[in-house]
Design a protein around this ligand. Structure first.
Ligand code: URA
Length: 212
């Protein structure tokens, strides 16, 4: 598994404003979109393209276009939805599949409550969007779901990650040669006893959409 911690002053700046508890939902949503756009640039480095020949107003030249089948972007509901717009800005022709996952606040185990994904993901590159890689349980379940359906490779994009979450994903796929990449804006210190990332930013879903 490849882990890429984006190290860029603009990302650090935006994450700092995002973490601040004074930042309201409107600004928070806007910053999440901007951050995803920056992280997507790294995350799509290996997206499949094929060579084409085109004609500019000046001359013929060679270029490359995104290949088919198109990549599939998979936001994990609810908080991953806040990342979708930023991702689609970078790769607008991608398909979108949805996975609704909730974690039990006591056991911290993830379960699927909704799924709107193509049954067959053969040959599809998948980009999973989940802002917080905390225990890793949700991401491991989501990845297994996509692998079972034939995904070609999976890249997860997380705004923040905990070392425990990275370790859990690494361990879950340690015996597998399946290509997995995690791109994250920052690697935080740890998880607290409630499964929150420290220093983190609190509950990403609540900060995006308010408490329901
Ligand atoms: N989910 C969140 O929204 N925040 C955390 O800190 C951990 C998981």
């Amino acid at each position: 598994m490849k882990v890429l911690v984006a190290n860029h002053p603009l990302i650090t700046h935006k994450l700092t404003v995002l973490r601040d508890k004074q930042t309201n939902s409107q600004v928070f949503r806007h910053l999440v979109e901007e951050l995803v756009t920056l992280l997507a640039y790294e995350a799509t480095r290996e997206v499949k393209i094929h060579p084409v020949e085109i004609e500019t107003p000046v001359t013929k030249t060679k270029g490359a276009l995104l290949s088919t089948p198109r990549p599939v972007v998979v936001p994990i509901l609810r908080a991953g939805l806040g990342m979708l717009e930023g991702m689609m800005r970078v790769i607008p022709s991608a398909d979108v599949g949805f996975l609704g996952m909730v974690r039990d606040e006591k056991t911290l185990k993830a379960s699927t409550y909704a799924n709107r994904l193509p049954e067959d993901l053969s040959g599809r590159q998948c980009y999973v969007l989940d802002p917080m890689l905390a225990t890793g349980g949700t991401l491991v379940s989501a990845m297994n779901y996509l692998i079972e359906r034939g995904a070609q490779d999976i890249t997860a994009i997380a705004l923040l990650s905990a070392p425990e979450g990275i370790k859990a994903v690494e361990e879950a796929f340690a015996q597998s040669s399946f290509p997995i990449t995690v791109v994250t804006g920052a690697l935080d210190e740890r998880l607290n006893e409630h499964g929150y990332i420290v220093p983190g930013l609190g509950d990403a879903g609540d900060r995006l959409y308010g408490v329901v």
